[in-house]
Design a protein around this ligand. Structure first.
Ligand SMILES: [Zn+2]
Length: 338
């Protein structure tokens, strides 16, 4: 089928009252949770190195938020808890907005847009990275590969050190090749991996003068303005693979309590990795619920509070370089993807 015909058909479907009615019926009494990572203004230097798979522009976030508000009622994590405890019912078509990782761009760009639109969100932060100028390992690798593919000779050496093929990574964007290379680095022997990462971390550290993660004051300000702060672990290591998962859970919880004074605790599993044992530990450590990266809607009442499903926007479809989203793309995100 021709692309043009597909586009026209798509538009007819997305605008049909039946489709909109169907969406409303499906979502009426189910909880939808949406997950974002980074929201960056294109003029910000952080944008150049950001992994576009997890990044949208400020303008795109604003458009998406306004569209979400047309079809959903935004709820807070406390409202989700109240419904679960039979204190009050959730409104029709409830939607909880979440952010993973704790990037400073969340504070700089997403937070003002949320306030402007009278919207609330739950920010899951990685407590070892509060105020940090360093990336998580995956994002550090992503920026090394990006710099190498743009002809930075220091990082071209890095590619050879980790036995990847720079030829395949030329051209930008090139997310797929970079993700393959990242998985290759993950498989290096721990000593070798540590050695090369250390060497290049020092080089990149000289290059990055901007902070990457939110600091305590920013988190406190967001909390005081009605946003919720949850835990995304302490070190961003999958909690299923660290020996001391209980320690990570309790210590990240204490940091959040220290900053905000809250006694309501929520978690998002780093890398989405969880199992029954970990869920049990979360509950035991005093968390009220945990979000996974599994896709889907949550029936209400929720049967497993420690395996909440979410939707992540397929940002590859509207690559952050493409600028403003069209009305059809926005409707597609909300009515088809969510
Ligand atoms: Zn994460």
């Amino acid at each position: 089928m021709g692309i043009m015909i597909k586009k026209i058909l798509n538009r007819i479907i997305l605008n049909s009252p039946f489709f909109i009615h169907r969406h409303k019926t499906i979502h009426k009494s189910k909880l939808a949770i949406i997950g974002f990572h980074r929201v960056i203004d294109e003029a910000d230097e952080r944008f150049q190195e950001a992994n576009l798979q997890w990044t949208i522009t400020s303008q795109q976030f604003k458009d998406i938020l306004i569209t979400l508000k047309k079809y959903f009622t935004l709820v807070s994590p406390e409202e989700v808890l109240d419904a679960q405890r039979n204190v009050r019912n959730l409104p029709s078509s409830p939607l909880l907005i979440t952010f993973d990782d704790g990037w400073v761009d969340n504070y700089l760009y997403a937070f003002p847009i949320l306030k402007e639109n009278n919207a609330r969100a739950l920010f899951f932060i990685t407590t070892d990275y509060i105020g940090s100028y360093s990336y998580f390992m995956e994002e550090a690798l992503f920026s090394y590969f990006s710099l190498a593919s743009r002809g930075n000779s220091e990082f071209e050496k890095f590619i050879r050190d980790v036995e990847c093929d720079l030829g395949k990574m030329k051209g930008y964007p090139h997310n797929h090749q970079i993700n393959l290379a990242i998985s290759k680095v993950r498989k290096l022997k721990p000593e070798k991996r540590k050695e090369v990462l250390q060497k290049y971390h020092e080089i990149i550290h000289r290059d990055i003068s901007v902070r990457l993660f939110m600091n305590r004051d920013e988190l406190k300000e967001m909390y005081d303005s009605g946003m919720s702060i949850g835990s995304h672990g302490k070190s961003h290591t999958p909690l299923t693979s660290v020996g001391a998962s209980k320690e990570e859970l309790i210590s990240s919880k204490q940091v959040i309590e220290n900053i905000t004074g809250t006694n309501e605790f929520f978690l998002s599993y780093p890398h989405g990795a969880y199992n029954a044992k970990l869920s049990k530990e979360c509950s035991g450590a005093g968390f009220h619920f945990a979000c996974s990266s599994d896709t889907g809607l949550n029936s209400v009442p929720i049967n497993n509070m420690f395996a909440l499903k979410r939707f992540f926007l397929p940002s590859w479809r509207f690559n952050a370089h493409s600028g403003k989203l069209t009305n059809d793309q926005l409707k597609e995100i909300v009515l088809r993807d969510l």
